[in-house]
Design a protein around this ligand. Structure first.
Ligand SMILES: [Zn+2]
Length: 78
């Protein structure tokens, strides 16, 4: 009897934990799809949009700033 009451005391928490794990796994699985390879970024300097492959990521204060090839060339000169 004690084991049954213990089971019903713990079961909601186990189900809650399972839902969190499933949600976490689902969001982690979706994460790469949220940033497709063909996504375009706008340059932080001149606001020109370009494909991810053509843009240069520069880490500034923990955030990644994207520069177009033209602006990244001027950055290198500075
Ligand atoms: Zn630019």
């Amino acid at each position: 009897m004690d084991k049954i009451s213990l089971y019903f005391a713990i079961a909601p928490f186990l189900i809650f934990a399972a839902i969190i794990v499933i949600t976490y796994a689902a969001t982690r699985h979706k994460a790469p799809k949220a940033v497709p390879v063909g996504q375009s970024f706008s340059c932080v300097k001149c606001a020109r949009r370009g494909n991810r492959e053509h843009m240069l990521p520069v880490r500034e204060e923990g955030v990644i700033a994207w520069y177009c090839p033209r602006c990244s060339a001027t950055l290198a000169k500075m």
